[in-house]
Structures are given as C-alpha cells and as structure tokens.
Design a protein around this ligand. Structure first.
Ligand code: FMN
Length: 183
C-alpha cells in the first residue's frame, strides 16, 4: 500500500514532523510504502476562485488557474492508496499551507463525487497543538468536514499536544500501522 504523508509545519523537528515520522515508521513496519511530503515551504498559492467562483477546475478536475507545486502533489494524491495529513494547530485551525493545498484539492476532486481520487481511501488526520493545547478539536472538525467533501474514508482523527505527546506519538504510529494492515 502506498501512503502519502502530508506534513504541514515549517519546523523540521517539531511535533508535526515527529508525528509524520512516527506514521512513516508504522507504515513501513507492516510493509507499506510511505512517501513524506513536507509542504510548508512549497509554492502552493491559494485558490484563485476562477471564472464566476466555481472555477475552471470543476469540469476538468485539474487546476489550470495557477501552475505551482500543487500539480505534482495532486498527482501524488491520485497515485496513493491511503493518506496521513498532519498539521500544526494554528488558531484552532489547520496551517495555511495545508489549507491552501486542501482548498485546491477539494475544488478539483469534490465535483467527482464517488469518483474522487480520494473516494473510499482511508486517511488519518492529525492535529498537533503546542501552545495552550486548545483548538485541536476545531482543527480536526475542519479537516473532517473536508474529508466528507472529497469522500475519503475517515480511518482516524488524532488530537495531540505537548502534554499528551509522550503516548500520542505511539498512537499515531499504531494507527498508521493498523491502516496499512487493514487493507
Ligand atoms: C500562528 C500560530 C498559531 C498557533 N495557534 C495555536 C492554537 O490555537 N492552539 C495551540 O495549542 N497552539 C497553537 N500554536 C502552537 C502550535 O500549535 C505549536 O507550536 C505546535 O507544536 C506546532 O507544531 P510544530 O511543533 O510542528 O511546529 C500556534 C502557533 C502558531 C505559530
């Protein structure tokens, strides 16, 4: 099973990166193929809201409005069998890089309905909070709504912060392992 891990923090040694590495370990432990894509420094512009707002992508399922790193990541999404999305919690929401990426991906894939590139593929979403430890639930709620739009299968939604990290990183590893084993 090919699993695409999208990691959306600029910190290479932070909690988000730790979760992404733990997920990769869990995937590889049971023979899965993990591809890690840190996206915070990639060029992913926000959606242009082309045409009347519905966008030129709606009938074609590709983003033609902006050529940047999105296209290669979109292709990686198509080729993957499962996903792990891990974001730092910023103001109770996903980070800006993941928001820009998921906004454009939804524009392309949501109109496909059950033929979405993510349809019925399992995904683990992880919200990594560090400051107050607050906002994990609102962040996951935002991600969960997006999963519905692209018809992905909600394998797990994991909230992690600096107080529970000692055991929740193990949970991330176990969840990724279970997701690969379940296929
Ligand atoms: C702009 C910004 C907003 C943040 N908002 C929250 C928040 O709402 N709740 C929280 O617990 N931590 C918040 N934090 C702290 C991050 O969630 C925390 O630093 C987390 O560990 C980031 O992940 P990282 O270590 O992978 O960078 C915020 C940090 C930044 C930079």
């Amino acid at each position: 099973m090919k699993v695409l891990i999208i990691s959306a923090s600029p910190n290479d040694e932070g909690l988000t990166a730790t979760c992404a590495r733990a997920a990769a370990e869990g995937i590889q432990a049971v023979g899965g193929q993990a591809t890690l894509e840190p996206i915070a420094r990639k060029a992913i512009a926000r959606c242009n809201q082309c045409k009347d707002g519905w966008g030129g992508c709606r009938p074609h399922h590709e983003c033609f409005g902006i050529q940047d790193d999105f296209q290669a990541l979109h292709q990686a999404v198509r080729e993957a069998d499962a996903y792990v999305f891990v974001t730092p919690v910023y103001w109770g929401e996903m980070s800006e890089s993941l928001k820009a990426f998921t906004d454009r991906l939804r524009r392309c894939e949501a109109p496909c309905g059950d033929d979405s590139a993510l349809a019925d593929k399992p995904i683990i979403c992880i919200a990594a909070a560090g400051g107050s430890g607050g906002g994990m639930i609102s962040c996951l709620e935002q991600m969960e709504r997006w999963l519905g739009h692209v018809r992905a299968r909600r394998f797990d939604l994991i909230a992690i912060n600096r107080w529970n990290a000692a055991y929740k990183v193990d949970t991330v590893r176990a969840a990724a392992q279970a997701m690969v084993s379940a296929r």
